[in-house]
Design a protein around this ligand. Structure first.
Ligand SMILES: [Cu+2]
Length: 345
């Protein structure tokens, strides 16, 4: 911080010659410079004048000081620049003398300091933060997308991946064609993608947890139920079929196609995890459902036992096929929503 005494005054152009004489005002200010150099805290004196050649000439005398006490001490002692100027008041424009005490707000050096701090931040922090940010984003994208793809599965995942690839290409094309696109557009696209990705990941993780818990339950039931039963071979997974509101689920798959070994008696555990009433009727040999609500003792078709399964109730389904083929099954209460197939081979 620097303190400055600024003296402003005007000299009529007609008096300039007199002010410049050997014993004139300017010569006296020149001499004052030597005096200033002996005063503690003094830094610099500068005398400037306006460069218009007509009318009054504005003169500025500045003395610079390291601290305000040096400046105040200087101003209370004589001679000082103000008393020298005032001694020549007769050649000045009347009442034109102003004395101002000022302090420096900004200097080139202080600007430089601020810039250096900023460029240091750019030099050190950005090269680390940007790659780390990109890495984190990429990991989130890889992890989240893989969760979402796994959860969707099959053609849906292929379609989503293709759609994403096209979207990325379109955005890349847009920003390549518009290099002056404002930053908020890029940030907006990234933000929307990040939000969608985070949402999709959360959804996939939640969805994934549920069937997984059910699968574990199914595997346990499998271990209990299949002990001593001749169900090896075509039955690849557990024997648990879940009935929900309103869907069949087998090994995490909705509207499942379940393999059954030809000629073998297979018993499935049916667990109604929904709150609605459901059941399971396997279509007859002519691939039709001729009864509204099947009964387990109906020899023309396989039916859940009991034929009506209340919410949170369990049942069994025992099948044995002598003909290979695909046999449809449904819930009699939700025949258009709950269906699946038994693949006998
Ligand atoms: Cu149902």
């Amino acid at each position: 911080m620097e303190y400055i005494q600024t003296i402003l005054f005007q000299i009529p152009a007609t008096q300039l010659e007199q002010a410049s004489e050997a014993d004139g005002l300017f010569a006296e200010l020149d001499g004052h410079r030597k005096h200033l150099q002996g005063i503690g805290g003094f830094r610099d004196i500068r005398i400037t004048r306006s460069i218009n050649n007509e009318g009054n000439v504005l003169v500025v005398v500045e003395t610079r000081w390291a601290d305000d006490t040096s400046l105040v001490r200087y101003e209370t002692q004589e001679p000082n620049a103000a008393t020298i100027v005032r001694a020549h008041e007769s050649i000045l424009v009347r009442d034109s003398v102003q004395v101002l005490d000022m302090e420096t707000l900004r200097t080139e050096a202080s600007f430089k300091q601020a810039e250096d701090a900023e460029s240091a931040r750019e030099r050190v922090i950005l090269p680390i933060a940007i790659p780390l940010g990109i890495l984190a984003f990429a990991l989130l994208a890889i992890y989240g997308l893989s969760r979402v793809y796994l959860e969707i599965g099959g053609n849906g995942a292929v379609a989503l991946a293709a759609g994403l690839a096209i979207a990325v290409m379109l955005f890349a094309f847009y920003f390549a064609a518009n290099p002056r696109a404002p930053g908020w557009q890029i940030a907006g696209v990234l933000a929307i993608f990040a939000i969608a990705l985070a949402g999709g990941t959360a959804w996939a993780l939640i969805e994934e947890d549920e069937p997984r818990a059910e699968e574990n339950g199914g595997e346990q039931a499998n271990g209990d139920a299949t002990d001593g039963e001749p169900t090896d071979g075509a039955l690849t997974g557990g024997t648990m079929i879940i009935l929900g509101d309103n869907f069949f689920e087998y090994e995490g798959e909705r509207e499942p196609a379940i393999s059954v070994a030809l000629g073998e008696e297979v018993t499935f555990e049916l667990e109604n995890q929904g709150s609605a009433t459901h059941n399971l009727q396997v279509s007859g040999t002519d691939d039709t459902y001729t009864v509204d609500i099947c009964k387990p003792d109906d020899s023309s078709r396989f039916c859940s036992d009991p034929g009506v399964i209340g919410g949170s109730q369990s049942a069994t389904l025992t099948v044995q096929f002598d003909e290979p083929g695909t046999y449809n099954f449904r819930c009699d209460f939700h025949p258009t929503e709950m269906m699946g197939t038994l693949v006998v081979e």
